[in-house]
Design a protein around this ligand. Structure first.
Ligand code: 5RP
Length: 236
């Protein structure tokens, strides 16, 4: 499955492989989105096909649903599963308090709903995702297409009122067109540099009309499994 991996892919793979050790027979498992989560889905598929592990997977995107089915995982909706034992997902950044920025892959809305409906969330990450303070990675917010320019202006005004200097808000694009999420929404990326108070930021962003959700995951992640390019794994 792995062949010759680059150090970054090896780091993602070893974190993913360690994380599936937490999955037990009969569990209902949230399946994250992104390149690290894709390794986890492939590792889990191996356990299902080769070791007869029986689980139900709730994917957080159409991409992950397709991969999960391809590797033999039984896929159910969150409403069918009702509540999950565990969610395993990647992240764009995590800090010492295990707060996260997610949504680099545009799946933050389903990812947050699924992680919140889980007894436990494990994040898998390569070592480059660990930061002192969140914000170097642009913070995504998902907005409905109607009036998105107004939502963008309101987000800019909000950032000015919060004394966030040098901020910039951009519409995420895909081949000259707005990137569209699985829910048919757009993504605004907030280039903040540093987020002084992630709790406050997460709360106020969701007050803007048209904002569906933001990519700050506060007090949701329980454990981070960190992979290194030389194959070492650490837990935070
Ligand atoms: C998708 C996400 C991903 O988990 C995040 O972007 C990390 O991706 P990758 O594992 O490819 O670095 O939040 O919405």
């Amino acid at each position: 499955m792995t062949g010759e991996l680059s150090p970054i892919d090896k780091a993602k793979f070893v974190a993913a492989k360690r994380a599936v050790d937490f999955i037990e027979d009969g569990m209902r498992v949230g399946l994250g989105t992104g390149s690290t989560a894709a390794w986890m889905v492939r590792c889990l598929g191996d356990l299902v096909r080769n070791d007869g592990l029986k689980i139900k997977g709730v994917p957080t995107s159409t991409r992950t649903a397709e991969l999960a089915r391809d590797v033999g995982i039984e896929v159910v909706t969150l409403d069918e599963a009702k509540w999950l034992d565990l969610t395993i997902d990647g992240a764009d950044e995590f800090d010492q308090e295990l707060n996260l920025i997610k949504g680099g892959g545009g799946a933050l809305l389903q990812e947050k709903i699924v992680a919140t409906a889980s007894d436990q969330m494990i994040v898998i990450a390569d070592v480059g995702k660990e930061v002192e303070s969140l914000g170097a990675f642009p913070l995504p917010i998902e907005v409905i297409p109607f009036g998105w320019k107004t939502s963008k202006s309101l987000a800019e005004e909000l950032l000015v009122s919060m004394d966030v200097l040098g901020q910039d808000v951009t519409l995420r694009m895909n081949d000259d067109k707005p990137f569209v999420t699985d829910e048919g929404n757009y993504i605004l990326d907030l280039h903040l540099g540093r987020i002084g108070n992630p709790h406050q930021m997460a709360m106020v962003l969701n007050q803007i009309p048209g904002v569906v959700e933001n990519g700050l995951f506060i007090d949701i992640c329980d454990v981070v499994i960190l992979g290194y390019g030389d194959g070492r794994v650490e837990t935070r």
